[in-house]
Ligand binder design. Structure first.
Ligand code: PHE
Length: 499
């Protein structure tokens, strides 16, 4: 006969003449009691063993029970004190209690049991002990001592002790196993352990073999492959958080084309058409038709700004300005193209101050790849339009913004942009290398930018690098750790951006 291994072991350890308990079988087979119990039930179902069950009661003294077993029951202490003090006569309550050295709730316990058990009665503030009472014959006291000695105790007294919370009772089922005749025969004919399998196959199900095999037990401590679900990239998570923060600061989000006319990317920004950056700079030109949808009057005002500047004493670049050049389409090198679209009124209509706008979007530059430069990255673009803005408003805005990310050490360096005056570069301290790294560029848009757009008040603006913010937050120092084929998978997996 073939049986699962645990059943074979239990069968061999069982006996036809003596009962064996589960605990004894577990000890003999070196199996866990629950495994033995399972095997015993299966063997019983196959008629190889019989099982007799008896329920035993365990009685355990509570802390209070232990205390009374040591010091005596409160009512007995009270009785003895009364007898000592009054020799059997009525005694003043206060006096007895003092003499009994009972304290706190024990006094109430003593008094209520005193009368119940016939140790005496209470009469107008006096305790009257019954001289015939015999505390040495107290059943409850005797039961407590018997329990301490491990002896059994009459059920009635146990009930009483349980109602006084001096004992707790647990029931326990003891299973005793004996071999049946069939079990003995099986053993004589020989039982072999069936092989254990760790996988149920379709073949086992169809052949019925599954009924005879033993399945290996679960090992919940075994190493298991780590399963990782998909998750949002930390750049995206951080971008989402940046958006939350800016929306919280009262900004609205801008959106617009990744491939845009040079007009919006450069001309509106008073970038001269012969600026090196516009000819052989890091620009991704696209072989697509020129952009048609640009307001004619805006083109005229921008052209005029480039040629002659703005205002009576304005001055321009005095170099040719080509409309074809302006309509040519390229991948945007910054998202300031979006700011131009919105400030011009082309996107959401004329804007009245005050206004605040932002975007967290990709930009594209034909740079050389290195630890801090990629061909594409995310820019946190933003601007505030209001009367009488100052550089202090600009700096205060950055301090507030970066503080949401735990970055408090922001430094400003004067800078030059053709479109802002004054201009500032922003620097933050890298948490690992301790170096100051550039994290953004900013300034107040100059008149040559704002007047053609039709904006009469001040506008402060900036472009911050999302990847640099990430570097300050998570301490990596190579942008390629989060982008592309060389990315640091552990960093990407383990970093959680708190929102
Ligand atoms: N466009 C600038 C850059 O890409 C950032 C900037 C935006 C600076 C607006 C000033 C004003 O670096």
């Amino acid at each position: 006969m073939r049986l699962p291994e645990s059943q074979v072991a239990v069968l061999n350890a069982a006996s036809a003449t003596d009962e064996r308990t589960i605990a004894q079988l577990a000890e003999a087979t070196d199996l866990k009691p629950e495994t033995v119990t399972g095997a015993v039930f299966d063997l019983r179902d196959d008629g190889l063993v019989t099982v007799t069950e008896t329920v035993e009661e365990d009685v355990e003294l509570t802390d209070e029970g232990v205390e009374y077993a040591d010091d005596g029951l409160p009512e007995i202490r009270l009785y003895r004190a009364a007898m000592d003090v009054g020799g059997g006569d009525a005694v003043q309550m206060g006096q007895v209690i003092g003499a009994s050295s009972l304290g706190g709730p024990q006094v109430d316990i003593a008094l209520s049991n005193f009368a119940r058990k016939g140790y005496g009665h209470i009469d107008s503030g006096e305790l009257v002990p019954d001289a015939d009472a015999n505390p040495d014959a107290d059943e409850e006291a005797a039961a407590l001592s018997a329990l301490v000695a491990g002896e059994t105790v009459d059920t009635d007294v146990l009930d009483q002790l349980e109602s006084r919370n001096l004992v707790v009772r647990h029931e326990r089922t003891i299973r005793a196993v004996t071999l049946t005749d069939e079990g003995v025969t099986a053993l004589m004919e020989g039982v072999e352990a069936a092989e254990t399998v760790d996988r149920l196959t379709p073949e086992m199900l169809t052949s019925g073999e599954w009924e005879d095999v033993e399945f290996t037990e679960y090992n919940v401590e075994a190493d298991a492959p780590e399963v990782r679900g998909g998750k949002k990239h930390i750049l995206r998570q951080t971008a989402d958080r940046v958006k939350d923060v800016l929306v919280g600061m009262g900004f609205s989000e801008m959106e617009g084309p990744h491939a845009d006319a040079d007009f919006w990317i450069n001309d509106c920004l008073f970038m001269p058409q012969d600026h090196p950056a516009r000819t052989h700079w890091d620009r991704f030109a696209l072989d697509v038709p020129p952009m048609e949808d640009i307001p004619e009057d805006l083109i005229d005002r921008v052209r005029s700004s480039h040629l002659n500047g703005v205002g009576d004493d304005g001055d321009g670049y005095h170099s040719p300005w080509s409309e074809d050049f302006a309509r040519a389409v390229a991948l945007r090198g910054h998202t300031t193209s979006l700011s131009m679209r919105y400030l011009s009124g082309h996107e959401v209509g004329e804007l009245e101050p005050p206004q605040r706008y932002f975007s967290v979007e990709k930009v594209y530059r034909n740079d050389t790849l290195d630890p801090t430069h990629l061909l594409e990255f995310y820019q946190i673009e933003g601007w505030v339009m209001a009367e009488d803005l100052s550089v202090r408003d600009l700096m205060g805005t950055f301090e507030e913004f970066y503080s949401h990310f735990g970055i408090t050490d922001i430094q400003f360096k004067p800078h030059y942009n053709p479109y802002t005056e004054p201009s500032f570069e922003l620097f933050g301290r890298h948490p690992e290398t301790n170096e100051l790294i550039e994290i953004g560029n900013s300034g107040m848009f100059r008149e040559e930018v704002l007047r053609p757009l039709g904006v009469e008040c001040d506008v402060m603006a900036w472009g911050l690098a999302l990847e640099r913010l990430l570097m300050l937050m998570y301490g990596f120092d190579d942008i390629r750790d989060v982008h592309g084929t060389l990315c640091d998978l552990d960093l990407l997996r383990e970093t959680e951006v708190l929102r």
